[in-house]
Every structure is written in C-alpha cells, then in structure tokens.
Design a binder for this molecule. Structure first.
Ligand code: KG4
Ligand code: ZN
Length: 344
C-alpha cells in the first residue's frame, strides 16, 4: 500500500496505489487562486500546498478505505519544480515515512508523466503488459520534452525546448489576445470554430535536424502582428481565426517532430502526456498522423494529462517492486533535477 504526493507546481495531489491499481487520486487545483495574477505565484502556491496537503492526504486515504498505519511505502515528487512547492509535499511524505518507519521514494516528475499514457483513470488499472518501446512527448506549461523509451525504466532525452514550453506559448499568446488565464484551454476552445489557415505564423525548427523545439519566436511574431493591427482581435471571428492559426503552428511542430523521431528510431508506438495533451487539435492530429503510418498511439486520458499523484504512485510502486531502496531522510528535493541525469 503506497501513498504518493505531488506538489511540483500548482496542483496539490495525493494518491493511494496498491499492486498496480490506483485506489484513489485526489487533486486540488490552484488555478482560481493564480488567475488574478495571470500565472503561478510561487509564494502563494506554497502557502496553498501547506493548507491543502493534510485534507488532500486524508481524503486519498479515506477514498481508498485505508488507515494511515496500513501504508507500507511513501513517495513524493522530488523534482523538478518550484523549490518551496516541492519542499511542502516532500516534507509531508518524509515526515510520514519517519513517523511510520516506512521507506521513502523521491520521484522524478517527468518520468512519472511517461507512465500516465499507460494508465486508465476509469478503472484505476494500468496496462504495462502491453508496454512497447516508444517515443514520448511530454508537453505542459513548464516542459516540452521528446523522450525515447527503449525499455521500461530506461530513457534517452531526444530534445527539449530551447526557450518557452508549448503550454507557456499557448498561455502567453492567449494573454496577448486578452483571454483569461490559463489561456491554453480557452484558446483551444475558440480555435475549434476558427480557420487554421487564416494567418501564417512561424513553425520554428520544423525542418531542423535536431529534436529540440522553440516557441518564443511564435509568441513574438504574434505580438508584432497584433501591435501592427490595433483592435484586430476585437472582432470575434478574427479572434477565432487567430486562435486556430496559432494552435495549428504549435501543433504542427509538435506532431511533425514527434513522428520524425519515431520514424528515425524505428519505434512503433508514440505516447503523449502533460497538460497540453488535452489540446483537441494535438489529439486529433497525432491520431491521424499515427494511423496513416500504422503507429500505435497512447494519449494520456485528460484526467491524467495534468499533474497528479497517481502517475507518481504508479512509477514509485514499479521502482519499489524492482528493488529501489529508501532515500535517507536527510536528502532534499531537487528543483532543477533533469531527466537526462536520471539514467540512460
Ligand atoms: O501539466 P500541466 O497541468 O501543468 C504543468 O505545467 O506542469 O499543464 C498546464 C498547461 C498550461 O500551460 C495550460 O494552458 C496547458 O497545459 N493546457 C492546454 C490545454 N489544456 C491545458 N494548452 C492547450 N490546449 C489545451 N486544451
Ligand atoms: Zn507536469
């Protein structure tokens, strides 16, 4: 019986995992709190984590129908993330491990994302029996990563963003268009009724031979475009076309570079996770591109795209079953922990 805690950014989450089954997942999102500032305020996020951690852990235990003394292993996201936010969740897990005399596992947040496409929130089950070598796209507000996973627990980071993350680009462009925070989902919704070919925004590094991404040029291009045409986005039809055109530029780069990497490496499976994987156009276009090339696609379910402790718990349990040892209780979170440094 394992309790996992996730507090790397603005979601306070706890989950109970037992023999590959997620018995409960509780997520308390802080989106409303940060809306007024147009982005995550680390100080506020930490205060909110501290306030939410106890009730979130308690409801994860009660929803799973277990008592605290039944916990056998504790796990928490160790990094990367906001330093004080990570410290909040990690300290709770560490204190529980100390008090209950149980082992503690510190989990890499991005490695946990790699597990979410194999998990089903409806049943709580995972399907690792179907696991195959894959190329995995992790796209959220804080990260854009392309990872080759030749064997479970082995990974090679192929590329990442050189500047803004894909979700950050969605959010910053949405802000330029005066849409509410977080802009990604709102822009996505408006784009559904817009014309993606109405405006031609840059597809940065599309033809580049590397697997890296860059999204700040697109954001700057939208800024200059709007500055030269004051009031243009006030017209609702134009706004929808702008949203659709920006979304098309981001999604084309993500889809094309992911498929190119999969083809080059000869893998027959692509997976995707992270908040931006909720994007409708990304889901549609990845589905269409993979089906044309007979590549199996596993998209994380929307409930597991965004940050959650279930993916942390599932990874922690698999590590534990493979002989991972407990951390020393004086070890600290690693806010700048890179996936590269994990293992190759
Ligand atoms: O994984 P996540 O919840 O948090 C981290 O950043 O770690 O991802 C949040 C990001 C935000 O940038 C948000 O705007 C973006 O995911 N996002 C979307 C959509 N839903 C969430 N971006 C585009 N379209 C969406 N439907
Ligand atoms: Zn994340």
């Amino acid at each position: 019986m394992l309790l996992a805690i996730e507090t790397s950014c603005d979601e306070t989450s706890a989950a109970i995992v037992h023999q590959g089954q997620v018995l409960s997942t509780v997520v308390s999102s802080q989106i409303r709190l940060h809306t007024e500032y147009g982005g995550v305020v680390p100080e506020l996020a930490t205060r909110e984590h501290l306030r939410n951690l106890q009730p979130v852990v308690r409801s994860a235990l009660s929803q799973a129908g277990i008592e605290i003394h039944q916990l056998e292993v504790l796990a928490a996201t160790r990094g990367p993330g906001l330093p004080a936010a990570l410290m909040a969740g990690f300290t709770v897990a560490r204190s529980m491990a100390f008090a209950l005399k149980r082992p503690l596992l510190g989990i890499h947040h991005h490695e946990a994302h790699l597990y979410s496409p194999w998990m089903d929130p409806a049943t709580g089950r995972s399907c690792f029996d179907q696991w195959v070598p894959n190329v995995s796209l992790i796209v959220s507000g804080g990260h854009t990563l392309l990872v080759h996973v030749p064997r479970e627990m082995e990974l090679v980071v192929l590329g990442s963003t050189l500047d803004d993350a894909a979700g950050e680009c969605f959010d910053k462009v949405a802000k330029l268009l005066a849409l509410p925070y977080p802009g990604g989902p709102v822009l996505d919704q408006l784009a559904e009724q817009g014309n993606p070919a109405a405006y031609d925004f840059p597809r940065s590094m599309l033809r580049d031979s590397s697997d890296d991404f860059s999204f700040s040029g697109l954001k700057t291009s939208v800024r200059y475009f709007l500055a030269a045409r004051p009031g243009l986005a006030d017209d609702p039809a134009v706004l929808r076309d702008l949203c659709a055109s920006v979304r098309a530029a981001i999604v084309e780069v993500l889809v094309s570079k992911t498929l190119k990497a999969a083809r080059r490496l000869g893998v027959t499976c692509i997976t995707a996770s992270g908040g931006v994987t909720c994007n409708r156009a990304l889901r549609r276009d990845l589905t269409a591109a993979c089906s044309r090339r007979s590549i199996q696609l596993r998209l994380a379910a929307p409930a597991y795209c965004t940050d959650n402790a279930a993916m942390v718990g599932i990874l922690a349990e698999r590590q534990w079953q493979r002989g991972a040892v407990s951390m020393a209780l004086d070890e600290e979170p690693l806010p700048g922990w890179t996936l590269d440094s994990l293992r190759t």
